[in-house]
Design a protein around this ligand. Structure first.
Ligand code: NAD
Length: 246
């Protein structure tokens, strides 16, 4: 009768089976490690993606209903002031944004705001402004104008007729301390918004106020259009950004 093969770990009869068994075990361990690493990576990326999905503060049927309710004009088409507009206001929780939203809302226009509630000015002040707007039926989305997916979704949910662009990193002196923030919100953010407007159907008219203060060292009030390059740019862009509407 043939002798049974030696079990791994038992004393081998010869050296050859020991090598075979050792290599086989190492191969199995290597395979096991590769499988574990692959599993870890795929689970990790799944958890990462889903946590980002669940952490998003926008989206869903209820959110879309809030957008439509807030953005639908309340002025009847036959009224003396003409049909109501549907306006997306960026920088809605800011000083100028909140007042513009209230004024448009009182005129009977439909409005939705967007703001990232950054901490340059006190965020609790911005939250209080959002609460005040909410009491007038105005919905403010917490989000960034650099978020192309969010902007596309907003235009998908509501065919805005106008965009009033006020979101910006404010403060002239702070720009020398943190220039990247200005590039992010005032330049990249503007481009992101214009790209979203370009892709929207129908395309909204865009009103861009300014990327920041324009006073400079100028003593002349009001400033002349030759005073600063930024003002010149603003005036040059104005007709292009606000094409006459039929
Ligand atoms: N208030 C003034 O005296 C004055 C003067 C000149 C120009 N401006 C310009 O008018 C506009 C509004 O001014 P304001 O006084 O209301 O400023 P503000 O700082 O009160 O409001 C701007 C809002 O934009 C938001 N914001 C910034 N970056 C954003 C981003 N990436 N995505 C979404 N939201 C973002 C901020 O959270 C803030 O609530 C700005 O463009 C500002 O530069 C204001």
């Amino acid at each position: 009768m043939a002798a049974p093969p030696p079990a791994c770990g038992s004393t081998p009869a010869t050296s050859a089976p020991q090598h075979t068994c050792g290599r086989g075990t190492m191969f199995l361990w290597a395979l096991f490690l590769v499988a574990m690493t692959a599993t870890y990576l795929s689970v990790h990326s799944f958890v990462d993606t889903s946590s980002r999905y669940f952490a998003a503060s926008w989206g869903g049927l209820h959110w879309e209903r809030q957008i439509r309710a807030s953005a639908s004009p309340r002025r009847p088409p036959g009224s003396a002031e003409g049909a109501g507009l549907s306006v997306l206001v960026t920088g809605a929780a800011g000083f100028v944004g909140m007042h513009c939203l209230l004024a448009l809302c009182k005129r009977g226009d439909g409005v939705v705001g967007i703001d990232n509630f950054n901490s340059y000015y006190n965020p609790s002040l911005k939250k209080a402004r959002r609460a005040l707007l909410g009491s007038h039926g105005v919905f403010v989305v917490e989000g960034n104008i650099n978020d192309g997916r969010l902007l596309a979704k907003l235009f998908d949910v509501m065919p805005f007729t106008h965009v009033l662009h006020l979101a910006a990193q404010a403060g002239v002196r702070y720009a020398t301390e943190n220039p990247a923030l200005y590039v992010h919100s005032n330049i990249a953010g503007l481009v992101s918004l214009l790209e979203a407007c370009k892709g929207a159907d129908p395309q909204p008219a865009v009103v861009w106020v300014s990327s920041s203060s324009i006073y400079g060292l100028n003593n002349r009030v009001p400033p002349r259009s030759r005073t600063t390059a930024r003002l010149r740019l603003r005036l040059r862009l104005w007709p292009r950004l606000c094409p006459p509407r039929a």
